[in-house]
Design a protein around this ligand. Structure first.
Ligand SMILES: CCCCCCCC/C=C\C=C\CC(=O)SCCNC(=O)CCNC(=O)[C@H](O)C(C)(C)COP(=O)(O)OP(=O)(O)OC[C@H]1O[C@@H](n2cnc3c(N)ncnc32)[C@H](O)[C@@H]1OP(=O)(O)O
Length: 296
């Protein structure tokens, strides 16, 4: 289903996204700050600063399900069309888990049409974020594996909470799958080829100190200062004239974006045939069961 159709489905009577409002904040935010609510994404906009904080709230682990990807896409599209917003900070509504990455239940026991729809939605969100004209910051206030790490890597800078429990990285190989070329390219663009090769083959999840050392994040700060630091760094990015910053960003990212645009359909087909393999389904199911067993 294309984004428009998925949005329609989400707006059907009964959907909690229906009637989402953008009103004056009940609390928090500066004077004139506005808060918009959807089911899985909370937006706190501060028009005076030109910044919106986009908070993930898809319990229990902020996984990127099809619905979450769709709501995030809608929210970002709205912000892109809002002339008062020049920068966005992505964060988790509750500290602990920034995002557990792609929702594994979307990739297990479904049919090929579902896998294709899901992968298309992952591509769409990456394209929207990686090509965004806005300045994007990630206030990483929790653990950040795989697709969660990818989200943060689409941003222009990353601030990570100084908590050794919070790890970050593309750990796909540890699950028995692997990061597709555009995940890899996004990481190469951030930490370079050799560090990416090592990180991806070993499926490394970096502690804050390691992530800072390898350049996966730009700053590690005390947990209660992640959002405030991300907002203060944002003011540096917004001090640069938009057109100059945007042209530079496009120049840096265009080749990577073009690769996916050129191979988009083939990438979907490759994903569908890879994820549909019995052997891959088996490893994903074992991984999910292990996660679930912990709690039962
Ligand atoms: C030719 C080639 C073409 C291209 C091929 C490409 C192939 C690549 C394909 C896919 C790429 C995928 C990238 C991903 O993002 S995969 C997801 C990777 N994520 C993880 O490995 C993280 C897994 N989760 C955890 O490690 C923990 O849950 C953690 C985030 C650390 C939180 O721990 P904790 O607070 O202890 O919470 P629980 O583990 O108890 O989890 C609570 C419930 O949430 C469920 N859960 C967790 N993660 C996911 C997830 N990613 N998706 C869906 N569900 C998830 C977990 O099972 C618990 O459920 P329950 O309450 O029923 O027990």
């Amino acid at each position: 289903m294309a984004l428009v159709a998925r949005v329609r489905a989400l707006l059907l009577p009964g959907s909690r996204l229906r009637g989402a409002t953008l009103g004056r904040a009940a609390n928090g935010g500066g004077a004139g700050a506005r808060r918009a609510l959807s089911h899985r994404v909370l937006v706190e906009a501060d028009p005076a600063a030109g910044v919106a904080v986009v908070k993930f709230r898809n319990p229990p682990v902020n996984s990127l399900s099809l619905e979450m990807l769709t709501e995030l896409g809608i929210c970002l599209e709205k912000l892109e069309n809002d002339k008062t917003v020049r920068g966005i900070v992505l964060t988790a509504d509750r500290p602990g888990i920034f995002s557990a990455g792609l929702d594994l239940t979307e990739m297990c026991g479904r049919n090929p049409a579902h896998y294709a729809e899901f992968w298309k939605a992952v591509q769409e969100l990456w394209l929207r974020l990686y090509q965004s004209n806005m300045a994007l910051g990630a206030a990483i206030n929790g653990t950040c594996p795989a697709g969660g790490c990818l989200l943060s890597l689409t941003c222009d800078y990353r601030i990570l909470a100084d908590n050794p429990k919070y790890t970050i990285g593309l750990n796909e190989t540890q699950l028995g799958i692997f990061a597709p070329f555009w995940f890899k390219d996004t990481m190469v663009n951030t930490i370079g080829h050799r560090a990416t090769e090592r990180a991806l083959q070993l499926g490394l999840l970096f502690t804050p100190a390691e992530a800072l050392q390898v350049g996966l994040v730009d700053q590690v700060v005390p947990e209660d200062q992640v959002q405030s630091t991300a907002l203060s760094v944002m003011s540096q990015w917004l001090a640069i004239p938009d057109h100059a910053r945007q042209l530079t960003k496009t120049m840096m990212r265009k080749a990577t974006v073009d690769q996916l645009l050129k191979h988009r359909e083939a990438d979907i087909q490759n994903f569908v045939s890879f994820i549909s393999r019995d052997s891959i389904q088996k490893v994903l199911q074992v991984y999910l069961q292990k996660l679930r067993k912990k709690n039962h």
